[in-house]
Structure formats: structure tokens, C-alpha cells
Design a protein around this ligand. Sequence first.
Ligand SMILES: Nc1ncnc2c1ncn2[C@@H]1O[C@H](COP(=O)(O)OP(=O)(O)OP(=O)(O)O)[C@@H](O)[C@H]1O
Length: 369
Amino acid sequence: MFQGNLQLKLGNFALDSGEFAFESSGVTVLFGRSGSGKSTLLRAMSGLDKQSHGELRFNDEVWQSGKKALPVEQRDIGFVFQTAALLPNKNVQGNLDFAIKRIPKHRQHGPSTQEIIERVGISHLLNRPVDNLSGGERQRVAIARALLTRPRLLMMDEPLSALDWRAKSELLLLIESVIADYQIPTLYITHAPIEVERLANRVVFMADGKITSIESLGDATSRIDSPLFTEEGPVSVLHGQLGDIDPDGLIAFQSRQQPGSDSAFTFWLNRTEHSNPHASGAQARLRVLARDVAIALHRPEGISMLNQIPATISQIEAEPPTQRQVVFLALADGQTLLAELSRRSVQRLGLAIGQTVFALVKTAALLDR
Ligand SMILES: Nc1ncnc2c1ncn2[C@@H]1O[C@H](COP(=O)(O)OP(=O)(O)OP(=O)(O)O)[C@@H](O)[C@H]1O
């Protein structure tokens, strides 16, 4: 658990977080416009900035009380920033050794150095001078260096923003799996909603140096004014698990099964060249744009669309300024799927809260694998 209330003044900018409390497990994303104070909050939480004051507790430890702060070295944090500050006159191994030498005794446990190097995919880079590494390779080294310090907590400040799309997508997969495998609580700053959808357990929204709200990812994508929505409009992120790839080349994405009961719904997805044939049983997230969801009052016949998911309307809201209607659909396992329709369609179908309908999903993309 993180709990506190932090202040930090940098030039003309004042961070004044307000009281906050959130679970530390999993990934907490700090999200807000440029200049809203995300990096400043992260610095204040890390102890990197001696000017911070206020209160901060991490689980049962006091990290900040008034001006008194636990030194950053005693907080056991692994840092990854936008660009990896590597020592230029050393090769990759030299950079890692530099970090390893500084690990305090009480942190010399957990995965071995060799395991981390392999896990992060840099075994072949160890003898390379750091100056000729690509941006993605540099970030891998930075991630390995952070993990080698056996952190209790990771702080990542826009670790992907300086990379091209291919490196971004590879690194996102790596970060996601490393955090899950090593179970390290992570504070993660990004501007990119897709990274939030993919990684976040919860989102801390910031504006003008303050925390404006702290929401689970599900809640953050279940309000039509969500700052996570871009010009694509509202998006739902559904959690589920993958089934086998069937002979027609379709992959099943199923709701999380409760012991002893059948899956509440199944989406059929097209297999792509990136689909992992061995992912059956893996947890996954599915991204569905509200504008790709249509509604039928009865299960349609003679229609090519495979994904016809029974659901109950829980809410209908007008999306300003377009007056498009966002229909909130409660799926059988309690998750929410959003559908964006014209006002005319909503009136023509006579849609109302509590009504049982079928969500027809044109396309949906797996976020995880
Ligand atoms: N050392 C500093 N001295 C003076 N002002 C600073 C300093 N560091 C940051 N600021 C200012 O504080 C404000 C908040 O910066 P911060 O980096 O925390 O925002 P951010 O939300 O992380 O933004 P971005 O997404 O662009 O990185 C900005 O206006 C910035 O110019």
C-alpha cells in the first residue's frame, strides 16, 4: 500500500498531491497531460529529491514524515527512465557490474544475475560498447540494471517514449512479462493510453500538480469522459484467457472461468502472424473500440459476424459534443463492454437500462500476446 500526501516545489511548479492511498501490487500508471506533474510526483515518492516534504508510507514503512525522508538507497527502488543513462566508457557487462557492486547485502537474493541477463535478452550484448547500442537495446540494459539491484519496487518514467514502434512493442512485451514473473510492484509513467490498457492495474490521474483521481483500469475505462480515450473514442479492455487455436484459425478469448462453471462468454479472434500458438490458457486483455460494437435485440441469424455476446444494458450516456450514445453493456461475468451508437439507433431499438441484448463485435484486438 502507498499512502501519503506529498509536496514538492520546482521553480514555478508546485506539486501538492492531496491525500492518496492505493495498493502497491501490480502496475500503477501515473497518467496526465504533459506538465501535470507525473515525474515530479514520482521523484517525490522516490526520495530522489531532497526538497520533498509531506507524508509517505510504503506498506508499513515510513518513507517521508514532514521534511524527514528515508534516503533513496534504503528504499530499494529500481529506476528506468526515458533514456538509459549508461556509463559511456564501459561495455554492457561493465555497466551491469557497476550496478551489481552497489547492491547492499540485504538485497543479494532472488533471481541470479545470469537469469536476469537471459530474461531481458541481452546475453549477446555483454561485450558491446554501449555507444553503438540501439535505443531498444539500451533500454533492455537499463531494465536489466534495475532488476539486478533486486528492487522491491520499480519506477519507470516513460521508458518507451524515445523508441520506434517496433522496439516499443518488443519492450512493452518484455516489461509486461518481467513485472508479472518477478511480481515487482511498479509505478509507471506514460502518455500512451495503449500502454495503460496493456499494463495498468490502476491509474493515478494527475492535473496541475494534483492527483485528481485513482481508479482501477476497469473504472477508468467505464466513464465516457475518461482521459484515456483518444480520437478513437471510448475503449473497453476486457480481461480473460485464451483458448486453443481452432482448425479455422480462430483463437478463443474467454471470460475468466469461475471454478465449476462454464465460461460466461467467448470472443472469436482472427489468428495473426504474431499469434502465439502456445498461449492457450494464458491470461490476456482484449481491446474493443466502442464504435466497433453494434447492438441487436435478438440473436441475429444469417449474419457473418461471429461475436454475438449476450449482455444487459446497465447505462446509456450521451457523449458530448457529438451526442453519440454510449451504451454500457454488463457481460455475464460482470465486466463492462461499451457500444457507441447514434441517438437514432438507440431510439429506434428502444434501448433501456436492464434490457437484455446481443453485442455484435466487429473487431477486437488482443493486447497481451
Ligand atoms: N527542476 C525543475 N525546475 C523548475 N521547474 C521544473 C523542474 N522540473 C520540472 N519542472 C516543471 O514542473 C512542471 C511539471 O513537470 P513534470 O516533469 O513533473 O511533468 P510531467 O507530467 O511528468 O510532464 P511530461 O509528461 O511532459 O514529462 C513542468 O512545468 C516543468 O517544466
